[in-house]
Ligand binder design. Structure first.
Ligand SMILES: [Fe+2]
Ligand SMILES: [Fe+2]
Length: 474
């Protein structure tokens, strides 16, 4: 029953598979019995290898991933078959949709789509082991070579390997008993992968804008600090901007260490507190003189601080930030309690429960979001450490990571204890290297040529750093 239910929920997947099969067989359908058998086989293959992958995080978090894979498959297989029928198999860009998905999703999903897409195209052709091997192997090569690319120019890599594969098949077909002619096929099989990798690169920004699913190539560009939201953050909330860059460094290093996506971690970290551009002076890292929370009811303080998540999400939506970057904004606080305000309320004799001082969540849903939650708290706590030593940094990181783990905030993130150990180790290493770099210059007697006016308003910040106690204000 559960199986029927889960298949029923994917009715639109099965409809898209049917549409793809109809489109690749146009205008000549096979006989109905063969068509039905092919459809049942393809639907089963889809549910077993592609749909199962789409049920995995982060793809299961947004319907946009299924929509992207299905639409790429429908359009891609239709265009490929159209060109294949007219100009032959060596002219067909059947690998182009796979290359595009390789840039936008991960290797495992792309490989599974490559297998399915090959089976779909084969279902529209006369049975031939040569054609099947060519399509399957070229698709697999495109899938493996196109994932994990970080620069536009690197698309040369999948283009080159797909081209090599096509030419090898062409020569194999020519020297074996297959009826393959060299002439223009040699040029086509050489050039088509390069031509269609350029087409894919041209399509990429449009697909990203429509789906809000970003390739690593454009995530890198988004995180280059020229984004208007980052500029606004640096102008309105310089303390938060500085905090975000340190969180980005920590998160990137930790993600790299455990095999998560360091580019996503870095870019999402830049935007995680972007909501603080509204009322920046209510957050520890931007407070210069008086702490405005001193005069506020703790419940009101909680609501104000809570608002940076809501406003951040609104800004992220308005600026069409990638879906996973948007997800990190509420998830970096998860459902944690703002203990500073909770304890303050208790000290004031108010009878409020911990739950009234909770962030609204959800808890981190993928590894990079979990890492950013940890890096956020570690950075905030590190700020209040005077004279950090290696052992102090280590124990601070251990304390923060263990605390968040014990609060069960990381339960849905996919981070294992082994990951957490590696993440904590990396945090300690990065913080220590930052501390070591603060070498004091030897004192020299310098005759001063400028004297700054006394600023009566500028007093040292006596506010105890709230972040030391579970991110009081952030
Ligand atoms: Fe925050
Ligand atoms: Fe933060």
């Amino acid at each position: 029953m559960a199986l029927i239910n889960s298949v029923w929920k994917k009715w639109y997947h099965l409809l898209a598979v049917l549409l793809s099969l109809l489109l690749v067989q146009l205008p000549n359908f096979h006989d109905p019995a063969r068509f039905l058998a092919e459809y049942v086989g393809l639907a089963a293959l889809w549910l077993a290898i592609v749909s199962a992958e789409l049920d995995r995080k982060p793809f299961s978090l947004h319907g946009a991933y299924s929509a992207l894979v299905l639409s790429t498959l429908v359009v891609g297989s239709f265009v490929s078959k159209l060109i294949l029928r007219r100009f032959g198999i060596f002219s067909s860009p059947f690998f182009a949709p796979i290359l595009l998905l390789g840039l936008l999703t991960d290797r495992k999903l792309t490989i599974n789509v490559a297998v399915f897409s090959s089976a779909l195209l084969i279902a529209s052709m006369e049975p031939s082991s040569f054609g099947f091997s060519l399509i399957l192997i070229s698709n697999l090569v495109a899938a493996v070579a196109s994932s994990g690319l970080k620069k536009r120019l690197q698309v040369v890599k999948p283009a080159f390997f797909t081209s090599l594969c096509n030419v090898s098949f062409l020569l194999l077909g020519f020297f074996s008993k297959e009826k393959v002619v060299l002439d223009r096929n040699l040029l086509l099989s050489l050039l088509m992968p390069f031509l269609f990798s350029v087409v894919d690169l041209g399509l990429l920004p449009f697909v990203e804008y429509a789906s809000l699913i970003y390739s690593d190539i454009d995530l890198v560009e988004l995180g280059n600090m020229n984004h208007p939201l980052i500029k606004l953050l640096s102008l309105r909330a310089p303390g938060t901007y500085y905090h975000s860059t340190i969180v980005a460094n920590l998160a990137e290093a930790a993600a790299e260490k455990i095999g998560a996506n360091p580019i996503l971690a870095r870019t999402a970290a830049y935007f995680h507190d972007v909501g603080k551009v509204k009322r920046p002076y209510f957050y520890t890292e931007n407070i210069q003189d008086k702490n405005p929370h001193d005069e506020l009811n703790p419940k009101l303080s909680h609501l104000i601080v809570l608002d940076h998540v809501k406003y951040g999400q609104e800004l992220a939506r308005r600026h069409r930030l990638p879906l996973l970057v948007q997800d990190v904004i509420p998830q970096h606080h998860g459902t944690r309690v703002q203990k500073y305000f909770y304890h303050k309320a208790k000290e004031m004799g108010e009878n409020l429960s911990e739950d009234e001082f909770r962030y609204t969540g959800p808890k981190p849903q993928f590894k990079e979001a979990g890492i950013i939650m940890l890096a956020d708290s570690v950075e905030a706590a590190f700020r209040s450490v005077r004279n950090p030593t290696a052992s102090r940094i280590k124990s601070l990181v251990e304390e923060i990571v263990s605390g968040i783990y014990n609060e069960r905030e990381l339960d849905e993130s996919g981070l294992t204890l082994k990951d957490l150990e590696a993440v904590a180790d990396e945090f300690a290493r990065v913080l220590l290297s930052m501390f070591k770099s603060r070498i004091e210059y030897p004192k020299e007697e310098i005759k001063r040529v400028i004297v700054l006016a006394e600023n009566p308003n500028h007093k040292p910040n006596k506010t105890e750093s709230p972040d030391r106690e579970n991110s009081k204000n952030s």
